[in-house]
Design a protein around this ligand. Structure first.
Ligand SMILES: Cc1cc2nc3c(=O)[nH]c(=O)nc-3n(C[C@H](O)[C@H](O)[C@H](O)COP(=O)(O)OP(=O)(O)OC[C@H]3O[C@@H](n4cnc5c(N)ncnc54)[C@H](O)[C@@H]3O)c2cc1C
Length: 556
């Protein structure tokens, strides 16, 4: 019998509704968290600011939105029935299908009853007397919870750039990460797209087919590899389903990025020019993110990396007919893979269309948005509609928007002012009983995120069960363990080429954000073993306090 009985959502002594766990966010992380908590007999409440479940796939409805990890892998593994029964239609499912899948999961596991939609969590304050969190929501209510889980998403805080005149633009302005639910029709319009990251690379080819004219404003060109997306055949689906036990095991334990793929056994400079080119050609023909697995040192050794970058630059020059445009599209200021590599369908070829113009804003920036145009240093580009494909305040943005106060009323934003500090990406010292799913300091955005989400959720659930079994009420990362982990995360990052790019991994897309490499590069397999080892050693590096002892300490 558990030492800490479930609160069953009843009012506590303060008259507030009391839960075991409040979960913030109902994307893939929040939904699976709820499912596991229920399995433990815990009473949980999920708050989601959006109008439905699905997170990323609820918000990012822009034309061409789809996953860039193959759907047979970018899907939950926790239920064999689910993975055997769900039929992905394409190699990379489009956004509506992934959203349908999220809704199917919510219904199949009866999750909706404990998910409150259209409700933001605004504030969470830890009460050191009762060791509970008071969680205030946008509907004006406050509830209490022993634990809070932030499943707020790494790419969920759409970044609107601060450009002069944006408010005065006469046409519609869209953000790819906040796309309207109604269909958007660009037929006959002159459209401007600002940004050339993943969302632009997916949407530009589709918008170009509709728009009268499309102008793409580019500050930094990115490397993109063709998706070669296609319908999945029944045989292909069956091959995955039959081999799921091994595919999922490999993705969790052996792959660095949580993707089942052939791993390289040699470095790029171990091959001669012809053999290397043949290898890259083979990977290009396969398509997708695993291009970077052509060799085992592409993200470690600049000379090796240059060979892959040159190959892709050559491909761009082959595809894009106008040499000046091709040159602009060739990335030249960061190693390939040091920013998340993009996966596209006809992105580069789109610039051969007569109705598409690429504008380089690296030097001039965007001076202003006029009521009917985008003004760059040299010229005004007349447009009727504007698409901001400007990305997210990644990894910390959504957490920072919640007023989180831990011990001594210290806010998490104060603590993270110089960059996020966590132990294992799971907890931050001074904020007891507050978990983060795929937080900074964990592999997170460097991985197939569903693999990382499932690992974190399972770890948290097991931890809560362990605590309950031993009568522990409070858990907190120790400062020493956290400092060591932060140092380790940085040390590993410095061994690679990642810090050489001004990427959102570094917070470089947000003015004023500290430049810290946020995700853990060690790989999902290594990271999982570290987390499992910490758990096996009685949650080493975390301080656990029995409920009674914590209260006695406060009283004395
Ligand atoms: C266009 C796009 C394509 C992607 N493709 C891939 C891919 O192919 N492979 C991959 O591994 N990853 C991909 N990702 C990353 C993707 O974000 C993750 O795979 C995954 O969906 C994250 O799930 P999550 O539940 O952690 O977060 P999210 O899906 O972001 O969900 C978090 C939810 O929390 C809610 N929320 C945040 N703050 C609050 C608050 N204060 N109160 C209430 N609710 C709140 C948000 O509204 C959101 O719905 C992609 C991301 C984008 C944007």
């Amino acid at each position: 019998m558990s030492a800490l009985p479930s609160m069953s959502g009843k009012d506590d002594a303060t008259g507030l509704k009391a839960y075991d766990v409040v979960v913030v966010g109902a994307g893939f992380a929040g939904m699976y968290m709820l499912h596991r908590l229920r399995g433990q007999g815990l009473k949980a409440r999920v708050y989601e600011q959006g109008g439905d479940v699905g997170g990323t796939w609820y918000w990012n409805r822009y034309p061409g939105a789809r996953c860039d990890v193959e759907s047979m892998q970018y899907s939950y593994s926790f239920s064999d029935e689910l993975q055997q029964e769900w039929n992905w239609s394409e190699r990379y499912a489009p956004q509506p299908e992934i959203l349908k899948y999220a809704n199917h999961v919510a219904d199949r596991f009866n999750l909706r009853g404990d998910i409150q939609l259209n409700t933001r969590v605004d504030r969470a304050v830890f009460d050191e007397d009762t060791n509970t969190w008071a969680v205030a929501t946008s509907d004006g209510k406050t509830v209490t919870a022993k634990f809070v889980v932030l499943a707020t998403g790494c790419l969920s805080n759409a970044r609107v750039p601060d450009i002069r005149g944006l408010k005065d633009f006469r046409g519609e302005v869209y953000h790819t990460g906040h796309w309207p639910h109604e269909s958007v029709d660009f037929t006959g319009l002159r459209v401007g797209v600002i940004g050339t990251g993943s969302s632009a690379i997916q949407s530009v080819p589709v918008i170009a087919q509709q728009a009268r004219h499309l102008t793409v404003f580019q500050r930094t060109p990115n490397f993109s590899i063709p998706a070669w997306n296609a319908e999945l055949t029944a045989e292909e689906r069956e091959a995955f389903r039959k081999n799921y036990p091994e595919i999922r095991r490999f993705a969790r334990e052996e792959a660095r990025n949580g993707i089942y793929a052939e791993l390289p056994d040699r470095g790029a400079l171990d091959d001669g020019d012809n053999a290397r080119r043949a290898k890259y050609e083979q990977r290009w023909e396969k398509g997708g993110l695993t291009f970077m697995l052509a060799y085992n040192n592409l993200i470690l050794d600049k000379a090796a990396n240059d060979t892959a970058a040159d190959f892709v630059r050559d491909k761009i020059a082959e595809i894009v007919k106008d040499p000046e445009t091709a040159k602009l599209l060739q990335p030249d200021n960061h190693p390939i893979g040091s920013k998340r590599i993009c996966v596209d369908t006809e992105y580069y070829a789109t610039f051969n269309r007569p109705n598409v113009t690429l504008v380089d804003i690296r030097a001039s920036g965007i001076e202003a948005i006029l009521p009917n145009a985008v003004r760059t240093g040299a010229k005004d580009y007349e447009i009727d509609a504007l698409v901001l494909a400007t990305g997210f305040d990644a990894m910390t943005g959504s957490v920072a928007r919640i007023d989180i106060r831990g011990r001594g009323e210290k806010t998490l934003n104060q603590k993270w002012a110089e960059g996020p500090k966590t132990y294992l990406g799971l907890m931050s010292e001074g904020f007891p009983n507050l978990f983060i799913v795929t937080g900074p300091g964990s592999p997170s955005v460097l991985s197939n995120m569903i693999v990382s989400i499932e690992q974190h959720v399972d770890w948290i659930t097991d931890c809560l069960s362990w605590m309950r079994g031993r009568g522990f009420g409070t858990m907190e990362a120790s400062k020493e363990a956290e400092d060591k982990w932060v140092a380790h995360v940085n040390e590993v990052a410095q061994l690679t080429l990642y810090p050489q790019a001004n990427s959102w991994y570094m917070g470089a897309n947000i003015p004023g954000k500290p430049r810290i490499f946020m995700p853990y590069i060690g790989g999902v397999g290594v990271y999982r073993r570290i987390c499992d080892d910490v758990a096996a050693k009685g949650y080493e590096g975390f301080a656990m306090t029995a409920k009674e002892r914590a209260q006695a300490a406060v009283a004395s």
